[in-house]
Each structure stands twice: as C-alpha cells, then as structure tokens.
Design a protein around this ligand. Structure first.
Ligand SMILES: NC(=O)c1ccc[n+]([C@@H]2O[C@H](COP(=O)([O-])OP(=O)(O)OC[C@H]3O[C@@H](n4cnc5c(N)ncnc54)[C@H](OP(=O)(O)O)[C@@H]3O)[C@@H](O)[C@H]2O)c1
Length: 246
C-alpha cells in the first residue's frame, strides 16, 4: 500500500526544530507513483529525482521506444516509460514537463480523464519560437494570461499546480547553494494539490513559497525569462531565486 503525503507544510520559523518538521514531512511524502509527462531533460531529471527519493516514476512520451528514452531507462535504476496515457493512468501525482507549446496537446493525448482529480505539477513555460532579444526570451502568452491558467481552464477536472519552471534542470533536485535553500514559487487552485507540491518542493531541497491561485502563474512563468537572462547575456546558468524578508 502506498504511503502518501497527508499533512500540510507546517509553519517554519527558523531553528533546528523546523529541520525536524521538514524531515517528518519528507518521510510522510513517500512511495508514490509519479507520472511525468515529458521525456526531455526536465522530465528525465524530475523523474530521476522522484526515484532518488523512493517513489516510483514513469516517463511519458509519444514514443516510449525512442532512443533517448531507452538510453535514460538503461542508465537509471528503477526507471520505466510509457505513452502519455499509460503514464497518466499510472500516476498518483503527475508532472507536466513537455515543450510549452505542446503542453495542452500532451494532456489531451494523456486523456484528461486519466488525470481527473489528480495533482498535475506543471513545470512548463510558454516559450515562443523567436530568438531571445538582448537575452530576453519571448513568450507566446501575454502579460495578463499564462500557460498554467490555459491548462487549468481547458482541463478543470485536473488540479494544476505551477512549480519547478523557474530554475534550470541542473538545480531542480537538492541543489547546494552557500546561501541555503533557494525558493520555489508555486501556485494553483486546489489546496490539497498545493500541499502535495509543497511536499515535493521540500523533498527536493527547496523552500516552498505559495503565490496563491493559478492566476499567479502570470507572475511565476516570467521568472524563467529572468532566470535565463544571465545565461544568454554572460553564460551564467548557475543561480536560483531566494526570497529574503524581515
Ligand atoms: N530545460 C530546462 O532546464 C527547463 C527548466 C525549467 C522549465 N523548463 C520547461 O520544461 C519543459 C520541458 O523542457 P525540456 O527542455 O525538458 O523539453 P522540451 O524539448 O521542451 O519538450 C520535450 C517534450 O515535449 C513533448 N512534445 C513536443 N512536441 C509535442 C507535441 N506536438 N505533442 C505532445 N508532446 C510534444 C515531447 O514529446 P515526445 O517525448 O513524444 O517527443 C517531449 O516529451 C518546457 O516547457 C520548458 O520551458 C525547462
């Protein structure tokens, strides 16, 4: 029988006692079946992260036999792959990690009924086809909309939670920074789904920051543009965001 995360993210003022709270939350969130829709580097890194933390993970793709996927399986203990629909059916918790412009199609191919009532942790960004201008990416969405909202509106039976879109894949799983845990901004409409994603964020070594409803994806998705800017301008891809406050 699976042991799922049931509690919330407990309030976390500073101190060793809170380290224990996070450890407990991490233990409770264990042994889930994670279906990752998307076989690119992000899908592979996140699926491997879930495997590392004791979950089962399936990578979803239109073609499970394609060489990149088969190579990843051969190099990753416990890894498996399936079609988008098989992966969605397998999932207790699903992850969306396809190209942004393919995201809605991927969920459609997965069959939204296979994801009904489930959490869909959405790591996609609506990156357009144009080349970056002075290091600034173009998006196919406008400032008062977001891909996260589009997906949530088109598939209301799924609990979409935007997260893990605002950092490069090299730092997604338990990153080490001298300044401590970086902040992962997340948002969504369903409180239970957000608690699950907050637990994932903590398990992957990040500090969760709840930005509210899925409308906040309008603010979180552009963080990818900002994150990529030092990379395009100076070749620096080794940073993450941290919220500091007093
Ligand atoms: N790269 C990063 O470090 C990073 C960091 C944060 C967020 N992100 C976001 O994460 C997402 C994934 O990025 P990525 O670089 O790993 O992969 P990607 O190259 O952007 O996307 C690859 C995935 O998209 C699927 N796909 C492409 N066209 C499709 C279509 N017409 N219908 C259905 N699925 C289609 C592919 O399916 P098949 O498997 O069938 O080929 C594959 O699974 C993107 O939205 C990106 O903006 C990336």
């Amino acid at each position: 029988m699976n042991s799922h995360y049931i509690g919330g993210c407990l309030p976390c003022p500073k101190g060793w006692a809170n380290t224990r709270i996070h450890a407990v939350a991490g233990r409770i969130f264990s042994n889930m079946k994670i279906g990752v829709l998307g076989s690119g580097v992000v899908g592979q890194v996140l699926a491997a992260g879930f495997l590392k933390h004791g979950h089962e993970a399936m990578l979803g793709t239109r073609d499970p036999q394609k060489p990149e996927v088969q190579k990843w399986i051969s190099e990753t203990p416990g890894a498996q792959a399936g079609t988008f629909a098989e992966t969605a059916k397998f999932a207790d918790l699903a992850v969306l990690a396809t190209a942004g412009k393919a995201a809605e199609n991927a969920v459609q191919l997965a069959d939204p009924e296979n994801l009904a009532g489930k959490t869909l942790m959405d790591a996609t960004n609506p990156i357009g086809d144009a080349v970056p201008v002075d290091g600034v990416l173009s998006y196919f969405t406008g400032p008062n909309e977001s891909l996260g909202e589009r997906i949530q509106a088109r598939f209301p039976q799924i609990h979409v939670v935007k997260a893990f879109n605002s950092v490069g894949n090299a730092f997604m799983i338990n990153p080490q920074f001298a300044e401590g845990r970086p902040t992962m901004f997340y948002c969504g409409n369903d409180a239970g789904a957000k608690k699950q994603v907050a637990a994932v964020i903590e398990q992957f070594g990040w500090e969760p920051y709840d930005c509210g409803s899925i409308v906040a994806a309008r603010a979180i998705e552009p963080l990818c543009i900002l994150w990529c800017l030092p990379g395009f301008q100076h070749g620096d891809w080794t940073h993450a965001f941290k919220m500091i406050s007093r």
